[in-house]
Design a protein around this ligand. Structure first.
Ligand SMILES: [Zn+2]
Length: 440
């Protein structure tokens, strides 16, 4: 009798950016949530068989910084309206707070649907108004997720969310696909007490923390005025920095801050589109060369189509343009490194044994159809991220389960989610118009 497995992907090309390996015409088997075997001509019985001919299997994308509840803002803010400052405090947070539970449920399902379609297997919420809704949505569709409150205690009174509230989440979602974790929305909206408690709880619970950090010049000035130190220097002086931290943006770093991040093993999350819109060109090549684990984030689906391939493209072109082109140097950031950032580095930041096509790793796999006209020919497969978009993803495996098969999402009623989102779009639009009217 032949061995039984859950999924058998046959005759596929695999890219494993963690070690730079390309394997042609191999089979991948999946059993009990893990990759069982990667080799040629495997003979097994499988509940699901995927024909990988003409397809490319990569480790599933990890969106290490997103805002699930901002997805209904999609297409609402003009380039001029993006100038409202600071947009996160005057538009984004008030918008999230205005969502009803029903609107939040639809937003969460819509965001999950987008992620599945674009090959994202795992996401880290930066802080939202309804983490319970987000957790249930992720769990029911089968995505990996980290959820947290939009934590602040020094901002507008009606948005107060505390470390204790996150502790409840960390305890409620302690294991499995969906986990709770700690967060700080921003230093500027946190008291010293909140910062202390968050990092103490995270240490005691051995849980992760995410925060927006060094994302704008006014924040650096705030830290200098408040503590006489730059943000990263301050966090270091308090002993908060370690590998449990996901530091999003890190766009305005001094040399000494880069040194500190490297020494403390902090995970940095680069969000290319939002960096281009607001933060210029973060010193990502320098961080990488100092050994910092830099992951990739979308920063939500409101600015761009929540597509990691697109984010990679923007990152490679933008950083090459800024750090390489003036010196005719095109080795600033290779597509292999970019793909590694979007997969392995993200999984590492979240503490998951994933992000690799490797025997024994968690079975999170994104499969792309390379027979599309815009991917033909693709002489060097590593250049895939520069030509593909998320819409080329046909199959998605998360935790050993097939949740999209031949372009059909299996864990969600796609038509129903889209039509409900379209139904609430006018009322959402009204909220945004009202917010923009009062934000300046
Ligand atoms: Zn963010």
């Amino acid at each position: 009798m032949r061995e039984e497995v859950d999924i058998h992907i046959r005759n596929v090309l695999t890219l494993n950016p963690a070690n730079g390996a390309v394997l042609k015409e191999v089979d991948i088997t999946v059993k009990d949530g893990k990759i069982k075997e990667v080799s040629r001509g495997i003979k097994v019985d499988a509940a699901e068989v995927i024909d990988g001919s003409g397809k490319i299997a990569i480790p599933g994308f990890v969106d290490a910084h997103t805002h699930v509840f901002q997805i209904m803002l999609r297409g609402a803010l003009s380039m001029k309206e993006l100038q409202v400052h600071p947009i996160w405090l005057r538009v984004l947070i008030p918008f999230e707070a205005e969502l009803t539970r029903e609107e939040a449920e639809i937003s969460a399902e819509l965001a999950c649907l987008n992620m599945i379609r674009k090959g994202i297997v795992s996401f880290a919420e930066a802080g939202g108004p309804y983490p319970d809704i987000e957790a249930e949505a992720a769990r029911s569709v089968g995505l990996r997720a980290r959820v947290t409150h939009s934590t602040m205690d020094a901002g507008p009174e009606n948005y107060v969310r505390t470390a204790s509230m996150n502790r409840e989440l960390v305890r409620k979602y302690a294991s499995g696909l969906v986990r709770g974790y700690y967060s700080i929305r921003q230093l500027m909206t946190s008291t010293d007490f909140q910062l202390d408690e968050t990092f103490r709880f995270a240490r005691e619970d051995d849980a992760l923390v995410t925060m927006h950090i060094n994302e704008e010049v006014s924040e650096i000035q705030h830290a200098l005025a408040r503590w006489g130190m730059r943000p990263i220097e301050f966090l270091h002086s308090k002993g908060y920095l370690c590998s449990r931290l996901l530091a999003a943006h890190c766009a305005f770093l001094s040399r000494s801050e880069i040194e500190i991040l490297s020494k403390c093993g902090v995970n940095v999350v680069h969000c290319p589109t939002i960096a281009m819109l607001y933060m210029n060109f973060p010193r990502i090549p320098e961080l990488l060369s100092r050994g910092v684990n830099v992951a990739l984030g979308s920063d939500g689906g409101s600015y761009r189509p929540l597509d990691i391939f697109t984010e990679i493209n923007i990152m490679v072109s933008g950083l090459t343009g800024y750090y390489g082109a003036p010196y005719h140097d095109h080795s600033v950031l290779s597509p292999v490194t970019a793909l590694k950032m979007a997969t392995f580095n993200g999984a590492k930041a979240l503490g998951d044994d994933a992000g690799e096509i490797r025997e024994g790793a968690l079975a999170d796999i994104t499969i792309v159809d390379a027979r599309k006209p815009h991917l033909t020919p693709l002489h060097d497969s590593w250049l895939l991220p520069l030509f593909a978009t998320g819409s080329d993803v046909t199959d998605l495996i998360v935790d050993g389960k097939l949740i999209m098969r031949k372009g059909e999402v299996m864990t969600l009623d796609e038509d129903s989610v889209v039509s409900r989102a379209r139904e609430i779009a006018p009322q959402i639009r009204e909220k945004i118009v009202k917010l923009l009217r009062t934000s300046h």
